[in-house]
Design a protein around this ligand. Sequence first.
Ligand code: ZN
Length: 251
Amino acid sequence: MIKLYVLYAGDIICKDVSQLNEGSLQSGEMALANPIFLIQHPKGSVMWDAGLSDNLINQKEGMDAWIFHLTMSKTVISQLESIGVHPSDVDYFAFSHIHNDHTGNANYFKSAKLIMQEKEYDIAFSPNKRPFNYDDYKELENSEVIKLNGDYDLFGDGTVQFIATPGHTEGHQSLLLKLENTGALLISGDIAYYKENYQNKGIPTFNASKKDSLASIEKIKKMVANNNAQLWIQHDKENFETLKICPNYYD
Ligand SMILES: [Zn+2]
């Protein structure tokens, strides 16, 4: 039986929602969720994203990062502990992409096999191109890695599939899961920030490619329909508030 745990990994306030949706007349603040996920499959465990850094819990007022205000009220490590998981137990670690709200605790998972789209990997570890948050994940530089150039069925049984969805970043990916009781579930990463964003194809102003972003939204819409899947937009606070959080799980 495959289990899926949803872990809280920080709170985000976007102080200028117009930046999340090019051409939008909406302005002002929007609260965003920031969950990460642990999948326990009989053939291995998979961690999806690393959230904001647990260290942020020591900054009571949180911190500003560009248009975002970031806070942390519960650590990732404490949630893993609550279900008896140590980061070194995790077999595979994957980033949707390497923005800092997804990389915070990545160094915990240095002993896992890293799964990334090759384009994202090349930017992440290039001395000339790597982002300011490189320290968050630099210990993964020596990890064994599976570099992807497209979609990938990790265990060959269709239950854990990595879906290439470039646009937000050059090597962004999403995750398609098939659970026995819950059914198909698409965890979309940041192809959109919230539901209206996805429905109206509002592309964030800071995406790497608008064309690829639109194509990825189309790809995910088809995949959601073909698999009769639930769609979980990671940053969508409204969706997050309906989810069971670790130590509860989906199966
Ligand atoms: Zn994000």
